[in-house]
Design a protein around this ligand. Structure first.
Ligand code: NIG
Ligand code: FE
Length: 409
């Protein structure tokens, strides 16, 4: 099946060879073409160019002068949850901190109680709706974490829900077992014991069912330590689960260094980072993944994206969609926060939200416009440059989605 998209006003994200990730100055290296076409054979991009498009095609799509970019690759989300947390939102506005809310039994424990009570069907319906909205808003690949179960049974329920989402959605789903997110009340003061049980029983159980590809923990002051991180990463590696870890969101936790040492594919958040964290990441395969909407929502300082990129690092951007710290899966707004809040240039932000996000999920055939890349594309309104996307914040610029070569919306 050959599909031709014609009358493309701007095609952005071109790389003559399929890159794995972009670092430092390379983040501005993706190319563009004006007034062009793109061809798709089966699920993959087979060509693009200026001038007259090839005549033979099974399907022709008229882009009507709009722009085309690779679909977003959102590499860090918690979209499976039951119920929202506006009450805590109000508490935060009134002055309580995230840690104070968590200590009172709010936060992750609040969501965990609701996930434990919800049926798998209820979780599936609520998260399918979130996922469908994200796809309509430009996202083609998404990582989904468990972590609101806090019992093996409820974690498995979340992971099975993710598997059902993967089957039913046109988006590509990667699943992460977030095995140590918060300490259940009955384990207060016994975090070591909890982590030992997770490593001994839960990680093998999840791996045996093939329900996750990655393992994660909340390596953070007041939650889990770097020592716990090392144990979880080791147990994950033994069962074929690579680590993607939450690090340095609330404080300098040593989580970045622990993640690099344990061979994590990504270390995520990084609001509390400085030269030592940048140094630890340079020359490694670990992708720093920045979640500016979570920093915005907690009124926390943004991570030092500019310093990271200027030091030669690549960064990825993701939404962290979750009911507590980032109740939004809207990638265009993340681009605005990355540019305005973190001083990333628009093209750097787009590379971080596409090709580098794909890398942070272990996906190596998407996130760019390249021959051989999966045809996961977002069709945007006409624009002279992709800078219009973060610039026009709040405007919905997405006019259509093509995933695996097929028009979705
Ligand atoms: O990535 N901080 C850990 N997990 C989420 C927040 C979870 C919650 O508050 O429900 C995050 O920000
Ligand atoms: Fe998160």
């Amino acid at each position: 099946m050959v599909t031709i998209i014609e009358n493309i006003g701007l095609l952005w994200g071109i790389s003559p060879t399929l890159p794995t990730r972009l670092q430092g100055e390379e983040m501005r290296s993706l190319g563009k073409l004006h007034n062009c076409w793109l061809s798709i054979e089966d699920d993959y991009i087979s060509g693009y160019g200026e001038g007259t498009p090839p005549a033979a095609a099974d399907l022709r799509i008229d882009a009507r002068g709009g722009a085309i970019i690779p679909a977003f690759c959102d590499s860090h989300t918690h979209i499976i949850f039951a119920g929202t947390r506006e009450r805590e939102f109000e508490d935060k506005i009134s002055g309580l901190s995230y840690e104070e809310i968590a200590r009172r039994g709010g936060g992750i424990l609040n969501s965990a109680a609701r996930v434990q009570k919800a049926s798998e069907q209820e979780l599936f319906e609520a998260s399918s709706e979130r996922l469908a909205r994200m796809v309509a808003d430009g996202t083609g690949s998404i990582e989904i974490k468990s972590g609101y179960g806090l019992t093996l049974e409820a974690e498995l329920k979340m992971l099975r829900t993710a598997a059902r989402l993967a089957e039913s959605s046109p988006a590509t789903i990667k699943t992460t077992f977030l095995c140590a997110h918060a300490l259940p009340v009955e384990y207060r003061g016994r975090a070591d014991e909890y982590v030992a049980m997770v490593c001994r029983e839960w990680i093998p159980a999840v791996a045996a069912e093939g329900l996750a590809e990655f393992v994660d923990l909340f390596c953070e002051q007041g939650f889990f330590t770097t020592d716990h991180a090392a144990r979880v990463m080791e147990a994950g590696a033994k069962h074929g689960l690579r680590a993607k870890i939450h690090a340095n969101q609330l404080a300098f936790s040593g989580g970045v260094q622990a993640g690099v040492k344990g061979g994590a594919l990504s270390v995520d958040h990084l609001e509390s980072s400085g030269p030592a964290e940048i140094e630890a990441l340079l020359g490694t395969a670990t992708m720093p993944t920045l979640l500016p909407s979570a920093a915005f929502f907690l009124r926390a300082p943004y991570p030092p994206a500019r310093e990271m990129i200027d030091s030669g690092l690549g960064v990825a951007l993701a939404t962290d969609y979750n009911p507590g710290t980032s109740p939004s899966g809207y990638m265009p707004l993340v681009l605005t926060m990355a540019t305005v809040g973190m001083r990333m240039m628009p093209e750097e932000a787009l590379a971080a939200a596409t090709i580098n996000g794909a890398y942070a999920m272990g996906l190596h055939d998407r996130g760019t416009i390249s021959v051989g890349a999966r045809a996961d594309l977002a069709l945007l309104r006409p624009m002279d440059s992709v800078a219009y996307l973060p610039y026009s914040f709040g405007e919905n610029c997405i006019q259509g989605m093509i995933l695996g070569g097929k028009p979705i919306v």
